[in-house]
Design a protein around this ligand. Sequence first.
Ligand code: NDP
Length: 454
Amino acid sequence: MQIINPATEEVIQEIAEDSPEAIAKKFQLVKDGQSEWAAVPLEKRIACIEKFYALLDTEKEKLAETLTMEVGKPLQQSYNELNGARKRLEYFIKNSAKWLAEEWITEEDATREKIVYEPLGVIANISAWNYPYLVGVNVFVPALIGGNAVLYKPSEYAVLTGLHIQQLLYRSGIPENVFQVIIGKGPAGQALLELPLHGYFFTGSYRTGKYIAEHTASQLVPVQLELGGKDPLYVMDDVEDVEAVAAAALEGAVYNNGQSCCAVERIYVQEKIYNKFVDAFVANAKKLVIGDPLDKKTEIGPLSRKEQVAFLNQQLADAKANGARVLLGGNSAGGKGYFFPPTVVVDVSHKMKLMTEESFGPVIGIQKVKDDKEASELMRDTPYGLTAAVYSKSFERAEAVMKQMNTGTVYWNCCDRVSAGLPWSGRKNSGLGSTLSYHGIRAFVQPKAYHLRG
Ligand code: NDP
């Protein structure tokens, strides 16, 4: 398997994929190690994660550079991702003991009752490439703290980062028979589905997520899916600073090259401020620094995957054929690397794929709307349900729209943000179950009810 730098198209490294036999062996190894790990006191398991937390900082230069080389993320954003992952670890380190402690329901009655939280067993963590640290730690950290063993399959586009994670976990005291990386493409993930695991925790596309849910249904084990989105942002005409909102919306749309599950994917603006918003948005987009992702000043690097360039071109062609106007950007310039310029499109409608299909790139449509009713209807017109953002001076007005959203997350005067203390969950085609918060700690354990007499 070749690891390719998306900025230069050069092969960084060749690496052997795990065969189904090798994967079965890794499964046997961690299956044998899991019960011993579950017997390690919780504080000791948490102490390993504290070491991992420290190592993510001391090794950050090497880790950030590797991440940038294999996924094309601008270096500064790789550092941001590592910092963000450490923030999530802080949450798990501080809060896991509370949510994993046994719970007495009644201690006075003749029959005393309590709940004990036990690990699921061996779980699969099948992961995406866009934020390998962030989406990884959401799963393998609470899983390990909860006493599970983990088979971690990084995306084929983030394998070197997956191997770094494995090394750092081992150095932090996580035993080899508790955490194993599975190297390979889709078929390696498929091999995990054929094993009798005790839970499947997936981050990736709707298509693969649905397949995994269907394929593992007969095993009757937890399946959790963090999938894609087509997240809307609505700007009401009472916002005080249209330019500042345009800058925030642009950041939400193009950070990590738009390759975020909760990236702003479509924007609705009330007619009174529409022109001002679009002008400010385009002016800011023109200033974005595009180039070598290893350069600390770069804000937009290459897309991570080659096929995404053609995909975005197709979405734009479809939009133009349906009457859209491209105000900035458009076709990729060609040359080496999977670069695509920030692209702003107006005169858009929901007849266009650009406004209804996940783009996962620095391409954004901005649509004019009359009022909150029209905006809400358009925002809800999607098979996805990850996040929705509203910008307004009035909380009451924003809240009325937020209440109508069938999404796991809503934002008022902010967007494209995840907090470790809040559940991260998608509705409809955006997923099933929650990571982060106490929901994301309890997701990796199962309750056992004790009825005690005597
Ligand atoms: P994919 O669905 O293509 O892949 C996700 C993982 O599944 C990869 O490790 C992939 O392996 C693996 N895989 C592929 N086929 C199979 C199979 N048959 N059985 C088991 N595993 C398989 O998604 P991407 O990696 O392209 O991620 C991008 C998507 O993830 C976007 O839709 C994005 O919105 C979503 N996402 C959602 C998040 C959320 O929290 N809701 C967070 C981050 C991303 P390989 O890559 O090696 O083929």
